[in-house]
Design a protein around this ligand. Structure first.
Ligand SMILES: *[C@@H]1O[C@H](CO)[C@@H](O)[C@H](O)[C@H]1NC(C)=O
Ligand SMILES: [Cu+2]
Length: 344
């Protein structure tokens, strides 16, 4: 059982299918479609961000550009962010792991108050409203990502009830730690959502800047998954609890004791042959990924998204899609029933 698991994990890590995208939003259980989601675009849409010093750490590659929709959320309500490997209907099935390939790690959700969610670039102050990290075990252990996989990719987050009304960006993040034993090896899977909080609250929680809040050397970012540990320090600020409501704070407080990650990692990795094999496989994959992505990024960003029609690589149709159905550049090609994309 264990050997099989490792074999599958190692095989999946080598493939792009191990990557994933937060791509759906429900508000109090009602699906909101995709019009208020800054969906990562293009062939590398499900690739991770690895440089925490990059502006991409805010809302992923291309995520500084807004989309047309804003989803209304009552303060104190529950939003459900949902992750899947790709946008294909097959990959949205509960039978497919939301994030596979031994991509264990924490799930965190931040919010930022903005003047206009459709244009905000994410440069303001982010406060954390949800965080869950290690749940049990070690090497690799059972993590928030595993719990999310068991829940069909869904993570429920309470929007603090006392929040001042207005526009916000919501930033959902998975930090996959399978390659985090090396600097810049942690993989950040990020999607931002545009919401309008309604209610009569007055709270404007203080937060942190991104980039800024994360360092490549944070113990929860430079982290060897393949060793013994009994806690995990979540990167970034603690969860805002001032607004009441059952925000998941348990992991944030109990898991803040670990240190000396980097010093133990070298020894831990060389002790088991299986870990060593997996480590080198992962390293190779990560390098390839970064290179490919960098190339894609420059062409995607320069395309822009103003004017009529979806940008190149943007979504232009599919079941539930309420955005543009024409392309400002390229032509609209149906990938599946749920996703059409502007392609050159
Ligand atoms: C946000 O909600 C308020 C209160 O319901 C409303 O007046 C405002 O128009 C909404 N803004 C957006 C962008 O939806
Ligand atoms: Cu991956």
């Amino acid at each position: 059982m264990k050997a099989t698991g490792l074999a599958i994990a190692a095989a999946s890590v080598a493939g792009a299918s191990a990557h994933a995208i937060f791509q759906k939003l429900a508000v109090n259980g009602v699906d909101q479609g995709t019009s208020c989601i800054r969906l990562p675009q293009g062939p590398s849409a499900n690739f991770p961000v690895t440089l925490v010093s990059s502006n991409d750490i805010r809302c992923n590659v291309g995520g500084s550009t807004g989309v047309s929709g804003v989803c209304s959320v009552p303060a104190g309500g529950t939003i459900t962010v949902e992750m899947h490997p790709t946008y294909s209907a097959a990959d949205q099935s509960c039978d497919v792991e939301a994030i596979g390939g031994a991509h264990h790690g924490p799930v965190q959700v931040y919010m930022q108050k903005v003047t206009d969610a459709t244009t905000a670039d994410g440069s303001g102050s982010w406060f954390k409203v949800y965080a869950e990290g290690l749940i049990s075990g070690y090497n690799a252990g059972y993590w928030a990502t595993d719990k999310m996989n068991a829940n069909c990719g869904k993570v429920n987050v309470v929007v603090p009830s006392g929040l001042a009304p207005g526009n916000y960006l919501v930033r959902a993040e998975v930090i996959a730690l399978h390659a985090a034993f090396q600097p810049n090896g942690a993989q950040f899977y990020i999607t931002c959502y545009q919401i309008n909080v309604t209610g009569s609250g007055t709270a404007t929680p203080s937060g942190v800047l991104l980039p800024g809040a994360y360092s490549p050397n944070d113990p929860g970012i430079y982290w060897d998954l393949y060793r013994s540990f009994d806690s995990y320090p979540l990167p970034g600020p603690t969860v805002y609890t001032g607004g009441s409501g059952p925000v998941s704070t348990t992991t944030g407080t109990t898991l803040r004791t670990t240190t000396t990650t980097s010093t133990t990692s070298a020894t831990a990795r060389t002790t088991t042959p299986s870990s060593t094999t997996r480590a080198s496989t992962t390293t190779t994959t990560t390098t390839t990924v970064s290179t490919t992505r960098a190339t894609t990024t420059s062409s995607t960003t320069t395309t822009g998204s103003s004017g009529t029609g979806a940008p190149l690589w943007g979504q232009c149709g599919g079941i539930g899609w309420t955005g543009p159905t024409t392309c400002a550049s390229g032509k609209c090609v149906s990938t599946n029933a749920y996703y059409s994309q502007c392609q050159p």
